[in-house]
Design a protein around this ligand. Structure first.
Ligand code: TXA
Ligand code: MG
Length: 363
């Protein structure tokens, strides 16, 4: 039988981060060296990896995800010492940022070396690179001894996976292997900084906060993410300055409304919109902080709890699982609100905005 859309029996191998089994890593590394795609956990989200030096292997990522070739991939390295194998030039800022934030959730866009096919970079002459902090990702990268191109391991436009079950839900039968390292620790993707533009530019907020970055890169340019400009994020459906940064992304299938408010104001707005929808016979869900859950449940809203309202690390860790959980619950409308723009709040708000189709709802 030749079924090109389901070319694989997907095998799932348990790889607990505190006791990474060498045989599972060796098997996955051999698959990567043979040009297959393998999903693996990073500290942010699960990635779908392939040999970043092989155009044929990279093509398999795009096919499995149904991702357009215009969306560039991040290349993962075991250590910063391997940078010279993927980039033509290592600017001093890259050295300083790598020293401070790697291994960790920071991607640096640098001039691409010809050894890395243009397909990785959507045809451009740059390459996004990072060294992930997850023990399973580290073990796999060292065993494969290759730079590994890996986007998030979800179908294109869908919510990123933070567990192996999420990967299986999107890609079962489309990829050779999934390494199951349990839920990821950060929960939102890496921060992407373009060091090929002057001044350096923030392309995507993520696991490393803008505040932490600015301490090392005071001239970092981030117009869409200015602290006091909540409405100026890119709202066009065009890929903007950052290729692959679509206004709609990370999206559940169920309609999602995200209020540009916090605290009592946000709760009141969510309850009012829930009541309107319920009056039309609709079933409503909400992503909410633990402290907000009871008020919403009293109003007949199904709640996915994200964590304590002041614990942004917990909220980002739970965000995508909560979105997927509610999306699978057969509801008609999902509600949530911004958790501010400080620290990880900026990445959380960015993902929620895109999951809602591009904008926040003012109250
Ligand atoms: O945390 C993460 O970054 C995860 C894990 C698996 O490492 N990966 C991830 O990859 O989120 P992906 O493909 O879902 O998002 C990569 C995004 C692209 O959509 C694009 O916006 C930006 O990173 N990017 C990558 N390479 C770039 C380049 N050469 N120039 C500009 N932007 C780039
Ligand atoms: Mg992605």
């Amino acid at each position: 039988m030749t079924d090109h859309t389901h070319p694989h029996e997907t095998i799932v191998l348990a790889t607990p981060p505190d006791a990474v089994p060498p045989d599972a890593i060796a098997l996955a590394a051999n698959l990567l060296r043979a040009g297959e795609v393998v999903a693996f956990p990073t500290e942010t989200v699960y990635g779908l990896g392939a040999d970043a030096t092989s155009e044929a292997a990279i093509r398999r990522i795009f096919v499995a995800k149904e991702r357009p070739l215009s969306d560039p991939l991040i290349v993962h390295l075991a250590a910063a010492t391997q940078l010279a194998g993927v980039t033509r030039d290592i600017p001093p800022e890259a050295e300083r940022l790598a020293e401070r934030f790697w291994p960790g959730p920071l991607t640096l866009v640098l001039p691409r070396l010809a050894r890395i096919p243009a397909l990785v970079a959507a045809g451009g002459d740059t390459v996004g690179v990072r060294v992930p902090a997850h023990p399973v990702a580290q073990a796999l990268l060292r065993a494969a001894d290759l730079p590994i191109a890996a986007p998030s391991a979800n179908r294109f436009m869908h919510t990123s996976p933070t567990t192996a079950a999420h990967v299986l839900a999107d890609l079962d039968g489309r990829i050779a292997c999934i390494l199951d390292g349990g839920p990821t620790m950060v929960g939102v993707e890496s921060t992407v900084v373009d060091l090929t533009s002057s001044p350096p530019r923030l392309l995507r907020p993520g696991g490393v906060t803008l505040e932490a970055l600015r301490a090392f890169l005071p001239n970092l340019y981030a117009p869409e993410y200015a602290q006091n400009a909540p409405h100026c994020a890119p709202e066009s459906a065009e890929p903007s300055h950052a290729p692959g940064q679509m206004a709609r992304h990370y999206a559940p299938h169920t309609r999602l409304v995200v209020f540009d408010a916090m605290g009592a104001e946000a709760l009141a707005a969510m309850r009012a919109l829930a009541a309107e929808a319920q009056a039309r016979g609709e079933r409503v869900g909400a992503l909410a902080a633990d402290e907000e859950a009871a008020t919403l449940e009293d109003a007949g809203v199904r709640v996915a709890r994200l964590g304590p309202v002041d614990d942004l690390a917990a909220i980002s860790r739970r965000l995508y699982a909560a979105l997927r959980e509610l999306d699978a619950a057969g509801l008609d409308l999902l509600l949530t609100h911004s958790f501010g723009r400080q620290g990880l709040g900026l990445a959380i708000e960015d993902r929620l905005r895109r999951a809602a189709g591009g904008s926040l709802r003012t109250v």
